[in-house]
Design a protein around this ligand. Structure first.
Ligand code: XIL
Length: 375
């Protein structure tokens, strides 16, 4: 009998290995799009420090790049002139090393989540440009230097272009005109010569805004400074922007010679009753029940429609995979998305690929079927 078993075993093993579904190397986002672009997620401090085993699994399996959602912003990492808060960012770097993932630094110079001392003196007057540049230099030297070698790329300057065209009239701009932008790129290149450097903004599908960003990036290069790519944030709605608008921006940025990163993708499914575009944090509205219709759950029809919307977007990304470096989702799951609180507080939104239990939604499935199997 033992002889027979020994004879049978190898045969069954062969049969088993043939009939078993082939181990699919494309069964997660990062593998599915490996040849096309990197896939990332922005992580909150909770995602970094207090994640559950399920979150850990998602983070490590689905993504090959991570962005700090908040913990590397100026007010978090450098709240006072001599105080730096490196604990959680350090954890992010450790996590990425364990998972063999790249880290994107977000963001060195941004008018939001910025401590007042950077731009104002104790009397509340704007500081002069020499003082501002000193603050920016100290900040970038400290932060970008600390993580040099660990960061794939920095969003060096975020949202310096206004929605109306031209530069945003931030305190940075009031103090120095556009010069603060060039200084930031100059200091970042010195502090971390290996990191890629990006300019990042929202509503980049709008032709004027995209043109302004390209003009700025081109001027950075003309001044002999380094900039590698342009980040399109991609906080989008179900119907806006159109695929054609996104494609036009991809083609323009590529033609101008810059890498393209989709840096903060999410698709808002709630009623959009606001007369605003983009992702300006200072736009904040009162919620009311009409604006928060899916408190009890995402209706199947809407999950399906969102899936289709994501699929159309990823078809476009796939088509231009040779021009796109990275697509990062702004958050891990619907429950922790910033879109529950913006542009109105306390709503129940569903903008991402994973639900509040970290289960893949219809949108995940539909993104994973963008490339048709060969027939
Ligand atoms: C958002 C975060 O997701 C929120 O947690 C925070 O309260 C506000 O900022 N554009 C950006 C991101 O570049 O940094 C913003 O992130 C969303 C809009």
């Amino acid at each position: 009998m033992w002889n027979r078993l020994i004879l049978i075993l190898p045969v069954t093993a062969v049969v088993f290995s043939c009939t078993r579904p082939k181990l699919d190397s494309k069964d997660n986002l990062r593998n599915y799009y490996r040849e096309d672009f990197k896939i990332g997620a922005a992580l909150s401090a909770d995602d970094i420090v207090q994640k559950t085993p399920l979150e850990s699994k998602l983070i490590s399996e689905e993504f090959n790049t991570l962005t700090a959602e908040n913990v590397m912003k100026w007010e978090e990492i450098h709240p006072l002139p001599d105080v730096f808060e490196y604990d959680v960012p350090d954890e992010l770097i450790k996590l990425a090393k364990i998972n063999k993932q790249e880290v994107i630094g977000h963001t060195l110079v941004w008018h939001n989540q910025l401590p007042e001392w950077v731009v104002q003196d104790e009397q509340g007057n704007l500081v002069d440009s020499t003082t501002l540049f000193q603050h920016i230099e100290n900040h970038i030297n400290a932060v970008a230097n600390r993580y040099s070698g660990d960061i794939k790329g920095w969003d060096v300057v975020n949202e310096a272009i206004s929605d109306q065209g031209g530069y945003r009239n931030s305190k940075f701009y009031q103090i120095s005109g556009k010069e603060f932008i060039f200084k930031a790129f100059e200091y970042a290149a010195k502090a971390d010569p290996e990191a890629e450097l990006y300019y990042n903004d929202y509503s980049m599908y709008r032709p004027e805004k995209c043109d302004d960003a390209i003009r700025l990036a081109t001027e950075i290069r003309k001044r002999g400074l380094r900039i590698d790519g342009i980040g399109m944030q991609a906080h989008w709605q179900m119907n806006s922007p159109t695929i054609e608008q996104i494609e036009t921006s991809i083609l323009k940025i590529h033609k101008a010679g810059f890498q393209i990163h989709f840096t903060e993708l999410d698709i808002d499914v709630l009623p959009y009753a606001y007369n605003i575009e983009g992702a300006n944090l200072s736009d904040n509205f009162e919620s009311n029940p009409k604006l928060n219709p899916y408190k009890e759950g995402l209706p199947d029809s809407l999950a399906e429609a969102q899936g289709k919307r994501y699929q159309e977007i990823f078809k476009l990304f796939y088509k231009h995979g040779d021009k796109i470096e990275r697509v990062t989702f702004w958050g891990l799951d619907d429950g922790s998305s910033w879109k529950n609180d913006w542009p109105a507080k306390g709503r129940t939104n569903y903008p991402l690929l994973f639900d509040r239990d970290f289960k893949p939604k219809k949108a995940y499935e539909m993104i994973m079927s963008v490339k048709k199997e060969p027939t």
